[in-house]
Ligand binder design. Structure first.
Ligand code: GRG
Length: 302
């Protein structure tokens, strides 16, 4: 019997959680809690839960090329560490100031601000330690490419740069245009989504054309994912979404719902999904799971 996309997502999510457990530093050695245990507890806490979407993109992209599943899960865990760090820092009072994440108190609410900042920092370091480890791939050139691609996507011209533009936009007198909002989201959310496919392709030794097909897919999928997130913020309820909703409009944020309206944003998301799936054509049946994911994400509730 073939697995549904939901079952496949659940399998990768629990395998990634198990991999993270094995890679995160242990708080106890021979029954004795180490003195930095509070930091490690916060790192564990921050990486628990979530849809593991980026992990799924990395694993599915890699498996398409016959990669070892364990290698793929290590890369998935590294990317989830970066994602978790970004959420911990994004939730801080100096950024989005959120109390709820993944249906429970944010890391700084549970452990305090200083510990949350440090846990985010340490998760970022851990991500690159995982990728640089020969257990991730025997070929140092591949490991080095993984490190470079993830660093680039997470950095000033990617996720962190997008966050900077977002923060400045909140204080600006004029709202961002559709083009500016698309660029900001492509950096803030899209870069990590895109690099998840890139890393999968690199790990799998994909050729340039296949890697490009996956990256084009991820680019449209990532933008669609953000539009759906804006729709959830505008129309979802806190219990289902697992974080505060209706925050963006109040905070003066540029959202696709403000720019396009609810129906316009839904239509744009449908179009982007179609476009994303069409980029997968050169990969044939191997990419069916990613196409299923794109359709599934369009109707997600959290
Ligand atoms: C603070 C360095 C730094 C970066 C923050 C990604 C980001 C940049 C902030 C996240 C803000 C946010 C909530 C954006 C909406 C889209 C998004 C990334 C949602 C969270 O991703 P999901 O839905 O989360 O995949 P789960 O919990 O499922 O892992």
């Amino acid at each position: 019997m073939t697995e549904t996309i939901k079952e496949r997502l659940d399998t990768v999510a629990s395998d990634t959680a198990a991999m993270l457990q094995s890679l995160l530093p242990r708080t106890e050695v021979e029954g004795v809690r180490c003195s930095e245990a509070r930091l490690l507890d916060a790192m564990h806490y921050a990486t628990e839960g979530g849809k593991r979407l980026r992990a799924f993109l990395a694993v599915e992209s890699a498996l398409m090329f016959g990669t070892d599943r364990n290698h793929a899960l290590r890369v998935a865990a590294a990317i989830e560490c970066i994602h978790a760090y970004s959420l911990v820092h994004d939730d801080l009072p100096c950024m989005d100031d959120d109390d709820l994440r993944r249906g429970r108190p944010t890391t700084h609410k549970k452990f305090g601000e200083a510990t949350a900042v440090l846990a985010g920092d340490a998760l970022q370091s851990l991500a690159f330690t995982i990728l640089a480890d020969p257990a991730t791939h025997e070929n140092p050139f591949i490991r080095c490419t993984l490190v470079t691609e993830l660093a680039r996507a997470a950095g000033a011209r990617g996720m962190v740069g997008g966050q900077m533009i977002d923060i400045e936009a909140e204080q600006a007198s004029e709202p961002l245009s559709l083009a500016e909002t698309s660029r900001l989201q492509r950096m803030k959310t899209g870069a990590l989504i895109e690099v998840s496919c890139t890393c999968g392709a690199v790990l799998g030794g994909a050729g340039a054309a296949n890697r490009r097909a996956l990256e084009f897919f991820a680019r449209d999928f990532g933008l669609c994912f953000q539009i759906c997130d804006d729709l959830l913020d505008a129309t979802g309820d806190v219990a289902t979404v697992g974080k505060a909703v209706a925050k963006d409009a109040g905070a003066g944020k540029a959202t696709f719902v403000d720019l396009l309206g609810v129906e316009g944003a839904r239509e744009r998301a449908r179009l982007l999904t179609e476009q994303a799936i069409s980029h997968l054509t050169p990969l044939g049946n191997r990419a069916q799971t990613l196409a299923d994911l794109a359709n599934h994400a369009l109707v997600r509730e959290n």
